[in-house]
Design a protein. Structure first.
Length: 620
């Protein structure tokens, strides 16, 4: 039944009806054989036809019912199956809807959290982030954008943004707009006025922002404060320029050193060789010796300046205050300056104006450094004055000592006045410079004066002359007259007689020993000599009546510090005078702490040596 199709069923039913109808007609007698007068027969035939027709119809109906029932049952089964499928689908749809709802909630939450996260990121950025529309109206900005120039959001909108731009950067907006139109981005530096009253430098980068259709809707700008970076960069550039300048100046300085040292050294060596000549007259000998002495002093001054420069750069210049006469210091400086003028055959008139009271010119100062400053300033005046005059004046003004040195020399250009006190600086450098010098005298003078608590300045006009002046605090120490009385009582001034005394000279340099022995001969002292520390220890051990020891600090085998400690174990009361080429204060302290009683700096002058020795041994 399941395989029967409706068209076939209809055809079958028609065939059945036709068959039964034909069969009924055959079993009923024809009209020729049946009497028309027999009505019962006619009724029986009609009834039979009716019954057959009804039976066929009933069968057909039953068949149809059966078929329809079967089909309905099948349909119901299919409907049940489809319902189950639909229920399963509905169940899956409900689960999917629930999952979609959950996913929607998750996406919504993630979107909100992401939006919040990005807002946090933008607000946490140190760089200013801002968005402008096509009309350059500010639509969004983070807190850093406003704080870059010291404002908050409310106060920012109360001021015209154009007033923040530096006058030299007024073209920035037009340049940015042009770059965004042509290239889509713009990067540049911009100076803005800060609320605190200073300008800051920003590094800005702007890019165009487009919608999903590619239409430009505005521009995004990121601004970073590079003020400190800019300052560091400028300082590095400045430092690099200064380093290059310093390197160049030092190169010139080294070239000057070579020239300045070799020039007097050439005279010392040359005239020393001339002294070996057999036919030399006493007059020539005296002249050669004078040349040797002068150039030796000059060479010593150059070496002293170089050492002082080293001390200056290492901040080891120390000011030691002691009682000194201003007049005496000035007189020494003036005598040396006049000697230089005479030696160079210059027609310079040196005038001295003493505006200081003689009886109160004793002050507490560092007389060595004060003399060095005055020497440098006077040397410069003499060097740069070909002819004319130099006026030296000193006075007391309120609580300051004021020194002024005016000359009619070549003068200094105005553009060079600000750097005249810088080290290695000279108006003319190289081989074409007309004047000698290392270019550090004024640097040392300025440093020393400032260490003394004073000030130094210069006024000059090219071709007219210069005036250097400086002042230091006035620290009175008493009257000169009492000081002069004490000086005449000094045993060094009187004739020295040490004929009963014994002195030990210790130095590994034979020339030094000969020199020291020679300058001590006039005192009559008995001299013992040692070339090393162990030899000195042996002499002291075997000669217990030695009165004083002159001990060199730098020797092979055993240096002066080690020798001093061993001597102290043998003779605790034996005066030991150190002689050294080291001139730093730390070196002097180490020498004295080792057990030495005094320290002489090489080269040793006779008067200085005699003065120091007189404080330990008495004249007969």
């Amino acid at each position: 039944m399941h395989g029967i199709k409706w068209p076939y069923i209809v055809i079958l039913l028609v065939i059945l009806i036709f068959s039964f109808s034909s069969f009924g007609l055959k079993i009923i007698p024809s009209a020729a054989t049946v009497s028309p007068l027999n009505p019962s027969l006619i009724l029986s035939r009609g009834f039979l036809n009716f019954l057959l027709t009804a039976l066929v119809a009933l069968i057909i109906i039953c068949v149809v019912i059966v078929i329809l029932s079967s089909k309905l049952k099948k349909t119901n089964l299919e409907l049940i199956q489809r319902n189950k499928q639909i229920e399963e689908i509905n169940k899956n749809l409900v689960g999917s809807n629930q999952e979609l709802a959950m996913q929607k909630d998750i996406v919504t939450r993630e979107f909100l959290e992401t939006d919040k996260f990005f807002k946090i990121l933008i607000e946490s950025a140190d760089d200013g982030i801002s968005f402008f529309d096509k009309e350059w109206n500010l639509k969004f900005a983070n807190t850093a954008f406003y704080s870059l120039i010291g404002f908050d959001k409310d106060s920012y909108y109360s001021v015209d943004p154009d007033v923040f731009i530096h006058p030299d950067d007024m073209g920035y907006p037009a340049e940015r707009l042009e770059a965004l139109k042509n290239k889509g981005f713009h990067e540049s530096e911009l100076r803005l006025y800060h609320k605190d009253g200073h300008y800051i430098t920003l590094l800005t980068r702007s890019v165009t922002v487009k919608d999903e259709n590619g239409k430009i809707i505005g521009a995004l700008t990121i601004s970073r404060d590079i003020t400190k970076m800019k300052q560091v960069h400028e300082e590095l550039i400045k430092a690099n320029i200064e380093a290059e300048t310093s390197s160049r100046l030092k190169s010139n300085f080294l070239a000057n050193i070579s020239h300045e040292i070799r020039t007097p050294l050439n005279s010392v060596v040359g005239f020393s060789n001339l002294l070996l000549s057999n036919d030399i007259t006493p007059e020539l000998k005296e002249e050669y010796i004078e040349h040797i002495n002068h150039n030796s002093e000059k060479l010593l001054q150059i070496i002293g300046d170089i050492i002082d420069l080293s001390r200056l750069e290492s901040s080891q210049i120390e000011i030691t205050y002691e009682e000194a006469s201003v007049n005496a210091i000035v007189n020494e400086v003036i005598d040396e300056a006049r000697h230089v003028i005479k030696r160079n055959d210059k027609s310079i008139i040196l005038n001295v104006k003493n505006l200081f009271e003689d009886n109160v010119d004793l002050v507490f100062t560092d007389k060595i450094w004060l003399k060095r400053v005055l020497n440098h300033l006077l040397d410069n005046a003499v060097k740069f004055t070909l002819d004319g005059s130099i006026e030296f004046s000193y006075s007391r003004e309120n609580e300051k000592l004021v020194f002024k040195i005016r000359d009619t020399g070549i003068g200094i250009k105005k553009e060079n006045l600000n750097r005249i006190f810088e080290e290695f600086r000279q108006e003319s450098d190289g081989h074409h410079r007309p004047f000698e010098g290392l270019g550090i005298g004024l640097t040392l003078a300025k440093e020393v004066v400032e260490r003394m608590g004073g000030e130094i300045s210069v006024q000059s006009e090219k071709g007219i002359g210069s005036e250097f002046s400086f002042s230091i605090p006035y620290r009175p120490a008493g009257s000169t007259r009492a000081k002069l009385n004490d000086m005449f009582k000094d045993p060094v001034i009187a004739k020295i007689n040490w004929s009963t005394k014994k002195c030990l000279l210790v130095d590994d340099n034979k020339d030094v020993l000969i020199y020291l022995k020679r300058i001590l001969m006039d005192s009559g002292i008995n001299v013992f000599m040692a070339r090393s520390g162990p030899e000195a220890i042996e002499i002291i051990s075997t000669t217990p009546d030695i009165d004083v020891v002159l001990l060199d600090m730098q020797m092979p085998e055993m240096n002066g510090i080690e020798a001093t400690k061993l001597i102290r174990k043998i003779r605790k009361d034996l005066p030991i005078i150190a002689q050294t080429a080291f001139i730093f204060e730390d070196d002097k302290d180490i020498i004295l702490e080792a057990g030495c009683d005094a320290c002489l700096i090489k080269p040793i002058r006779k008067e200085h040596l005699m003065t120091v020795m007189s404080s330990f041994i008495k004249s007969e």
